[in-house]
Write a protein that binds this ligand. Structure first.
Ligand code: DAH
Length: 349
């Protein structure tokens, strides 16, 4: 190609600019804009070619012409961008005007799986005891009479031993009626000092109802040490600490004398009703208090049954129902909801 003059290039640049800008009118559609872009700015577009050919200009002329070329290029690019932007905006506005957005439509919910509320409550309860130094030990829920009743100082004619209350299995076995068998199982195998909690399933011959279930969960706990080192004061301290960790640091706790065959003395622990703050409501049956758990100092006969000398060792024990704690804590009023596995219920926790 013959060396061309600076003025030719300038003219060509001005011509490209004038034509491109004329074609990029307000009314251009996206297709038209794109075709101008390809024709002018594409890999072998008019402007691209022209800029490429500027290599042939004498060196001292290049800067001035180069500057003009860049300016033309930027101008066309800016024009294309602003036209495209306006077009998109116009399209969006048109589509919004045509199909108005109904912000009251329900959104799409993503489904997240999670543990069952009873599992969540069990884990929370065990965490609290673990933080106080209690070890978690699993014990069997198929038991014999000795570990579920006899060693726990149940009299031979105790009503809990009746067919009406307990599921008996073949071979003298039964489904444990409480996790207190855990005390016997652990103490039989180990020596004090011990601080242990035993969670697990329990079974009683109850119909599934608002308040009862034939299968439910408990957490049993106990601590044993040298006689004199462990007293009712430790029991009260540990249980008060536990109840405040679970129900909140301001919770008011009270102990009431009670009776269990496996403890002496025995006490039940109540918390100030968390629904009415003590004023009296349906949940606390107008008493202002909610009964939470049973406890006491381990009966000497229980210690003897596992081969501990009651003159040498002493301990406290407690047992609580997980469903009951979950009902209170989660504000649920029907035990059956925990077992029906309706996702509309479970999904709330
Ligand atoms: N085993 C009792 C029950 O099923 C709960 C219980 C009460 C456990 C007092 C204990 C205790 O260890 O000391 O209702």
């Amino acid at each position: 190609m013959a060396a061309f003059a600076k003025s030719d290039v300038r003219q060509s640049l001005e011509a490209i600019r004038a034509q491109a800008l004329a074609e990029l009118a307000e009314s251009s559609g996206l297709d038209q804009i794109e075709s101008v872009r390809v024709r002018v700015l594409g890999r072998s577009g008019e402007l691209t070619e022209l800029i490429r050919s500027m290599r042939e200009l004498p060196e001292h002329e290049r800067p001035a012409v180069g500057q003009l070329a860049n300016q033309v290029k930027r101008e066309i690019e800016a024009r294309i961008e602003s036209l495209q932007h306006e077009l998109r905006l116009r399209k969006l506005n048109e589509s919004l005007a045509q199909t108005p957005l109904d912000v009251t439509l329900p959104g799409v919910r993503f489904f997240h799986g999670h543990t069952h509320p009873l599992t969540q409550v069990t884990e929370r309860l065990l965490d609290i005891w673990a933080a106080m130094g209690f070890e978690v030990v699993a014990t069997p829920d198929i038991e014999d009479d000795f570990h579920n009743f006899g060693a726990l100082n149940f009299a031979p004619d105790h009503p809990a031993r009746d067919m009406q209350d307990t599921f008996f299995l073949d071979g003298g076995l039964l489904l444990r009626t409480h996790t207190s068998n855990g005390q016997i199982r652990v103490m039989e195998q180990r020596r004090p000092p011990l601080a242990v909690v035993c969670p697990g399933a329990c079974y009683r011959r109850d119909e599934l109802s608002v308040r009862y279930s034939p299968m439910f969960s408990q957490i049993e706990g106990f601590a044993v040490d040298d006689f004199g080192k462990i007293t009712m004061a430790h029991l009260k301290g540990a249980l008060t600490e536990f109840l405040r960790a679970f129900f909140g640091p301001e919770s008011e706790v009270r102990f009431r004398a009670s009776f269990f065959p496996f403890t002496e003395p025995s006490a039940e622990a109540d918390v100030r009703c968390i629904f009415c703050a003590g004023a009296g409501c349906r949940v606390c049956k107008q008493s202002g208090w909610i009964e939470i758990l049973g406890s006491g100092m381990i009966h000497p006969n229980v210690l003897r049954a596992v081969g501990y000398d009651p003159e040498r060792y002493a301990g406290f024990a407690f047992g609580m129902g997980v469903e009951r704690l979950a009902l209170i804590k989660l504000g649920v009023d029907d035990m059956r909801l925990f077992f029906e596995n309706d996702l509309r219920f479970l999904g709330q926790f």
